[in-house]
Design a protein around this ligand. Structure first.
Ligand SMILES: Nc1nc2c(ncn2[C@@H]2O[C@H](COP(=O)(O)OP(=O)(O)OP(=O)(O)O)[C@@H](O)[C@H]2O)c(=O)[nH]1
Ligand SMILES: [Mg+2]
Length: 296
């Protein structure tokens, strides 16, 4: 019975044939169906997240959709220059938007063409500003959002923020929920945006008093460590709306005084309240051309 040892081999061969002709294609088909189901599930979840986000941002069906035509007409209204980087400074009232623009343009509040600054000098309409020797960019000053209750969607539409190349969200303490919603609105619109946390000089001086520090340097260190943690927390909150892709909004810590000093190509002040923090990175983020010739 020499063929008896061949039986297991034959069974194995048959099994292999079955496996290749029937079982494997079936398994592949099941796996493909599973992948398709998972991909539909992901699309459904992503659409649900988008709808929830629009609701959070105060989506208003009465507002026209942001079409190419709407963007073109808004650009004509605001005086957009297609040959330049058009950068708008947005945010709440009194946070320091106009002061930052003046600092970047190397102007004092009383100089000709300076943006109106101060608590009784609320910016009422859109104004355009040029940085001396930097004709490649235009800065736009706009009125503040008014109250925390203005939905991001409404501020974004009312101020035609979709018309600009870059939105700079200015704030002076932690990012408020309104600020975070505005940044999310920009991300949703695939628009370049960044945040800038200004008035650091005043905060550091306040910290020295509030935290009973021995000197300004100690106050600066405590301020910076708290601010960096806060920025991380806000970044996580923004990123949570897009779990399926990487989203990061940079938040630069500056003061308008130090930005002006930087723009005048001065070395960083020694004073701990006004010494540079993120001024160089902020200027670079606006345009790398602003930091050429700088060796601070
Ligand atoms: N200490 C300090 N004060 C600042 C700084 N930036 C702005 N301020 C003060 O904050 C106040 C408001 O500044 P503005 O630049 O007018 O603020 P804004 O965001 O343009 O205000 P609206 O146009 O009303 O929305 C002014 O009194 C400024 O002097 C800063 O970096 N440090
Ligand atoms: Mg202003």
């Amino acid at each position: 019975m020499a063929w008896i040892p061949l039986i297991p081999g034959a069974v194995a061969g048959l099994w292999k044939g079955y496996e290749e002709i029937v079982a494997r294609p079936q398994r592949r088909a099941r796996e493909a169906q599973q992948r398709l189901r998972e991909s539909h599930e992901r699309e459904r979840e992503s659409e649900q997240r988008r709808i929830a986000l629009l609701k959070e941002l105060g989506y208003d069906t009465d507002q026209p959709a942001i079409t190419e035509e709407l963007i073109a007409s808004a650009q004509e209204t605001v005086g957009y220059d297609k040959d330049k980087q058009n950068i708008v400074f947005a945010g709440n009232v009194n946070v320091g938007k106009s002061s930052l623009i003046n600092a970047l343009c190397n102007k004092g509040g009383n100089d000709d063409g300076a943006a109106r600054v101060g608590s009784n000098q609320v910016t009422m309409g859109i104004t355009r500003h040029e940085i001396p020797n930097h004709p490649e960019m235009l800065l736009y000053d706009i009125p503040g959002a008014g109250t925390q209750d203005v939905p991001a969607f409404q501020y974004y539409h009312d101020q035609m923020l979709y018309a600009f190349d870059t939105v700079v969200l200015v704030h002076d303490t932690t990012l408020t929920q309104a600020d975070i919603r505005l940044l999310k609105m920009c991300i949703l619109s695939n628009q370049k945006c960044l945040a800038v946390r200004t008035k650091s000089d005043g905060h550091i001086k306040n910290y020295e008093y509030d935290k009973e520090c021995n000197n300004l340097e100690e106050a600066r260190q405590i301020f910076l460590s708290e601010v960096r943690q806060d920025i991380e927390r806000c970044q996580e909150q923004i990123a949570a709306s897009w779990p399926d892709r990487e989203v990061e909004v940079r938040d630069y810590v500056v003061s308008s005084r130090s930005v002006r000093s930087f723009m005048r190509q001065n070395a960083s002040p020694r004073d701990a309240a006004t010494a540079y923090i993120d001024e160089l990175d902020f200027a670079f983020a606006l345009s790398p051309t602003l930091v050429v010739n700088v060796d601070n």
